[in-house]
Design a protein around this ligand. Structure first.
Ligand code: ZN
Ligand code: FE
Ligand code: FE
Ligand code: ZN
Length: 284
């Protein structure tokens, strides 16, 4: 029997590279439920990318413990090996925290990840996207905050740990947005992203959040396109029903901004696939 990990690279199809598992402490559903939903939607490939253990903070409601990492890797690899009909990749979502890059590199190295998503959820120790810490916005200058965010995102792009930048304009999550033209801020960040050869994730998770908008926004994605930064797709599903959620809107946004291909990964190596069409709610 041909194992799906070893299956031929597909010719066309939709993928979802950002799925969580119960190990992170804030997701629900069995791995098989995520897989069945993906099959139902006609996806050709999915990747689990649960939160890597946080090293700077002890909070079991945010990530698995470090001791669990080998179990996570084994479990996803087993699901990948016994799933037929679509390919399952082994990913991980890692927080970029200044000062922890060498340690993270050491901890990631032994595992056979297909890709590593890099995320900025913390700015100078503050979990700015965590509704429990919304208070942190009080009295802050939103423009300064956004400048800091895109500077740290650029640092993340250049740190060498990541293949993909997840939800690249996450800072807009609660809808606090500085007035005026943000192009220059995006451009200086994206020059660094392009220079580092990273892929940007187009994430429908933002549609579930107060901002009600795909990450990244259209202007940001245009600037990615201008720099020929490749893209991949993610739902950031924390429940099986969120797999591939509203991907037709992400595909429409990609087409509008001039994208015709999405990127896939295997063992940190990447290639592209044409954006597929969707018929009667099913991809392919
Ligand atoms: Zn999460
Ligand atoms: Fe994230
Ligand atoms: Fe995530
Ligand atoms: Zn996420």
């Amino acid at each position: 029997m041909l194992l799906s990990m070893e299956a031929e690279k597909p010719g066309e199809g939709m993928v979802d590279y950002h799925l969580h598992t119960v190990r992170c402490g804030h997701a629900v559903g069995g791995l098989e439920d995520y897989v069945s939903r993906a099959v139902e939607l006609g996806l050709v490939e999915i990747g689990f990318s649960d939160h890597f253990p946080l090293l700077h903070l002890d909070d079991p409601s945010l990530s698995m413990a470090l001791e669990e990492l080998p179990d996570y890797v084994r479990e996803i690899s087993e699901v990948a090996a016994c799933t037929e009909g679509l390919t399952v990749r082994l990913g991980i979502e890692v927080d970029y925290i200044d000062g922890y890059v060498d340690r993270l590199a050491e901890l990631l190295q032994p595992h056979p990840f297909d890709y590593v998503l890099g995320s900025v959820h913390f700015l100078d120790g503050w979990g700015f996207d965590d509704p429990r810490y919304l208070d942190g916005y009080r009295g802050r200058d939103i423009l300064d905050l956004w400048e800091r965010y895109f500077q740290v995102l650029g640092d993340a792009a250049e740190c060498g740990l990541f293949d993909v930048l997840a939800h690249p304009d996450l800072i807009k999550k609660f809808g606090f947005r500085p007035p005026g033209d943000l192009r220059r801020m995006y451009e200086s960040c994206l020059d660094r992203v392009a220079g580092s050869g990273l892929v940007v994730e187009v994430s429908t998770a933002g549609l579930r959040k107060p901002v009600g908008e795909i990450y990244p926004g259209e202007e940001f994605l245009h600037l990615c396109r201008e720099r020929e930064i490749p893209v991949t797709l993610g739902s950031d599903a924390h429940a099986p029903g969120e797999v591939g959620w509203r991907f037709h809107e992400a595909a429409a946004l990609l087409l509008r901004t001039g994208y015709r291909e999405i990127v896939l990964f295997r063992k940190r190596e990447r290639w592209s696939l044409p954006l597929p069409a969707r018929r009667n709610g099913v991809w392919g």
